[in-house]
Design a binder for this molecule. Structure first.
Ligand code: PAF
Length: 281
């Protein structure tokens, strides 16, 4: 497994793959890798000759400095996991390498950046879109794999790739879940064992209750959301939102919409959890 820290070295290796006509799939990460990330890497392995992973704790997408400080840094373990997955190339830039003079150009994906996660975390999606655009320009992969767990981020990346003609095929990978149903996330590490095992899975369960009601032809979305919010509060969450949206554009869902997504975000103790389930009627 090749490890590079600087952009020039990365470009040299990528040029080598391209000159051998090898296809490339890229998985960007913030580090603190878990089985969810590894499922993206395995997907990448299935679809391309070479797999490239970046580990970069991008400061510009953290709206709260304490969230950036608290994010677990586990580089040695991350590298061991990637080596075991036979990843070809890992890009590990510093913040100075990525933003040598700060950078004054920002990518803002209109519309969906301002709602839900964008509303709760101002500036977050501009940070994500800008760093992913930079990484795409550096790596220039054929394919990039993103998890469905961050549904809104996935939509934003798909939109950016289309609008800016990156010519990269974006592949989505299903959300990896613990046995309890809890979506895998680095932020689960902030939970106590009791919160993680006994309370956190209720977020997924409340979304499933909404999905079940919709499948039984209940389209009173606002009422379903109100019940789920009250239930989450009873369990000890502080919900940011739990909403039924149109899965094509994230507009508020109306009866008659065929492609739906239930999106939820809630604080539990020190962790802000997010999750979603899509449903095609
Ligand atoms: O989903 C993430 O881990 C990050 O937002 C990403 C895509 C690696 C950009 O920093």
């Amino acid at each position: 497994m090749i490890q590079v820290n600087d952009k020039d070295a990365l470009r040299v290796v990528m040029r080598g793959y391209r000159s051998n006509s090898e296809t490339t799939a890229f998985v960007p990460t913030l580090g603190n890798l878990h089985d969810g990330h590894l499922s993206l890497v395995r997907k990448a392995k299935e679809v391309a000759d070479r797999v490239i992973v970046s580990i970069f704790l991008n400061p510009t997408q953290f709206d709260r400095p304490e969230d950036l400080d608290a994010y677990p840094k586990t580089l040695e373990n991350d590298l061991a996991l990637l080596k075991r997955e036979n990843v070809d190339l890992v890009f590990l830039p510093t913040a100075k390498e990525m933003y040598p003079d700060g950078g004054t150009t920002h990518v803002n994906v209109g519309g969906i950046s301002e709602i839900l996660e964008g509303d709760s975390r101002p500036g977050h999606f501009s940070g994500v879109a800008t760093v992913v655009a930079k990484l795409f320009n550096l790596v220039q992969p054929d394919i990039s794999v993103f998890g469905k767990k961050d549904f809104q981020q996935l939509m934003l990346i798909q939109r950016m790739v289309k609008d800016l003609d990156f010519g990269i095929d974006i592949i989505e990978a299903p959300t990896a879940r613990e046995e309890s149903g809890l979506a895998m996330s680095s932020r689960n590490n902030y939970l106590t064992a009791d919160q993680r095992n006994k309370v956190a899975p209720s977020l997924y369960k409340e979304m499933l209750i909404i999905i079940d009601a919709i499948q039984k032809d209940n389209h009173a979305y606002q009422a379903l959301q109100n019940i789920a919010t009250a239930n989450l509060e009873k369990h000890g969450f502080k919900p940011d939102y739990i909403e039924v949206r149109n899965a094509n554009d994230l507009s508020v869902a109306k009866a008659g919409d065929k492609n739906l997504v239930v999106l939820a975000s809630a604080w539990l103790g020190k962790a802000r959890l997010i999750d979603n389930i899509t449903l095609d009627l």
